[in-house]
Ligand binder design. Structure first.
Ligand SMILES: NC(=O)c1ccc[n+]([C@@H]2O[C@H](COP(=O)([O-])OP(=O)(O)OC[C@H]3O[C@@H](n4cnc5c(N)ncnc54)[C@H](O)[C@@H]3O)[C@@H](O)[C@H]2O)c1
Ligand SMILES: [Zn+2]
Length: 440
């Protein structure tokens, strides 16, 4: 069933494209548009051979003939993102950067540009270049090492990728490889979408955030000083390679940040997964390999299922933004990079849940369970003290989910695992939530 069960006419609430200026000028919190309800997805089983309606898990591919034998290699779990001719696999497993055939089969042309940053390059660039070139002498690999951090997810840094690509004479048959977290993935993807009007693109995500969310689904882009991710393109990769071993070097704070997105999937569409997380959150923080592999797989299945039904975010895909409207306001208001994305999303999720509760849409126990799991994950449950009601309102007014000047939000409604994407809510509940969580 999954979201095939979504019975609605989404077209009536598709965001119209307004200029930033007119959005700012016209943003209001008044007239309710239609509500889109998203019943709980019941199709995801908890077994490792889960098969869901539109995203499939299949057995790993056999090795290429010229691949050096790796006796220890375990075939990856594969989650398929089903988008017709633009479908692609997500390979998930430990040690996948040592299984060079997985990457090489998705490289087009003879030139590859690896886009990474100063933090990740010393850790994984050599290994990635090796995986791309071993037994493959025809391929030349260039790399560009960008400064590290959300504050560099901008036009100036993007230009460094184009500079390198042009200097290296990369042609239309080249492949761009994103090696890093969500910042690198989003920037490299956008560069691949626009370089020569589009070249081949591979994602090698190395943070939890990127492995469970940002590398899947084709949203790419950069920030503008007036708002996050306002400039970008939908551009799908050829494959996503998730080597869970890369998480061994990830700082604890980044681990926790990524878990905010894992928790999100449970809340919006997968109550069984949320219950599993309640039992396993400490194991995830402790980087238990089996727990991590399961959480990544299940998260990718949820994301792939949503994306395959609503690639360009007409409705269903917007539900992946639970907590993000409040969270983006925190990231923008507080300054990019001060709070991690997942930390801002965690506080934003608590605010969205508080508002859902004020509206009478969910019961007390959900509020309590959300607060508990986020605290156990060592994530914030309130915004920074410097955030004011007017900061929230002015930043939320330029959110991409504003349509015709009306702010639509993802709110929980009904039993755990159900949400709505709607502008049809009592404005007083939003104001009350903003007042409860920030200074006036
Ligand atoms: N495209 C999407 O659908 C989507 C979804 C969610 C988030 N995002 C974007 O993703 C970004 C956040 O991603 P993120 O949380 O991965 O942040 P990030 O890319 O900044 O990575 C976090 C930090 O970890 C470092 N790092 C990465 N891999 C490492 C490793 N294996 N070992 C040690 N350090 C490592 C990075 O260099 C960085 O310092 C935001 O810009 C957000 O907007 C995009
Ligand atoms: Zn997010």
């Amino acid at each position: 069933m999954a979201a095939n069960a979504v019975s609605l006419s989404i077209s009536s609430s598709v965001a119209s494209s307004k200029s930033l200026h007119s959005l700012q000028a016209q943003a209001r919190f008044l007239i309710p548009p239609p509500t889109i309800s998203f019943p709980k997805s019941s199709s995801l089983s908890s077994s490792t051979t889960v098969s869901i309606s539109r995203s499939r898990v299949r057995a790993g591919p056999s090795q290429l003939v010229n691949e050096p034998a790796n006796a220890m290699a375990t075939p990856p779990t594969i989650v398929e993102v089903d988008l017709g001719s633009r479908s692609y696999p997500i390979y998930i497993g430990a040690g996948l950067l040592d299984q060079s055939h997985l990457l090489q089969r998705h490289v087009h042309g003879k030139k590859v540009l690896v886009v990474t940053n100063e933090r990740v390059a010393p850790l994984y660039l050599d290994k990635t270049v090796h995986a791309l070139t071993i037994g493959n002498p025809n391929v030349t690999v260039e790399s560009v090492i960008l400064p590290d951090g959300e504050k560099y997810k901008d036009m100036d840094t993007l230009m460094k990728v184009f500079d390198k690509a042009i200097e290296s004479r990369l042609d239309r048959r080249s492949t761009f490889v994103a090696l890093g977290g969500g910042v690198i993935g989003d920037m490299c993807g956008y560069a691949a979408a626009s370089y020569l009007r589009g070249v081949n693109f591979i994602q090698i995500p190395t943070t939890v955030m990127a492995q469970v969310d940002s590398s899947v689904g084709g949203k790419t882009g950069i920030n503008h000083r007036l708002g996050k991710n306002l400039i970008g393109a939908f551009y799908q990769p050829q494959c996503v390679l998730v080597d869970t071993d890369t998480l061994n070097t990830l700082p604890d704070r980044e681990m926790a940040s990524g878990l905010a997105e894992v928790i999100k999937y449970g809340l919006i569409r997968d109550a069984d997964f949320f219950e599993w997380q309640e039992k396993n959150i400490e194991a995830l923080l402790a980087r238990d390999p089996a727990a991590l592999a399961y959480a990544i797989k299940r998260s990718c299945e949820n994301k792939a299922d949503v994306v395959s039904q609503d690639e360009k975010e007409s409705g269903l895909r917007a539900t992946l933004n639970l907590g993000h409207t409040f969270g983006h306001a925190i990231e923008t208001g507080f300054g990019y990079g001060e709070w991690l994305h997942g930390e801002a999303v965690a506080a934003g999720t608590v605010m969205a849940v508080d508002m859902s509760h004020r509206l009478g849409w969910i019961d007390d126990s959900i509020v309590e369970r959300v607060n508990n799991i986020l605290k156990r994950a060592k994530l914030p449950t309130t915004p920074p003290e410097s955030m004011t009601v007017s900061m929230f309102k002015s930043i939320m007014a330029v959110d991409k989910k504003v349509a015709d000047g009306l702010l639509r939000l993802i709110l929980l409604k009904g039993p755990l695992g159900n949400c709505v994407f709607t502008g049809d809510y009592d404005r007083e509940a939003l104001d009350a939530t903003l007042r409860a969580f920030s200074k006036s």
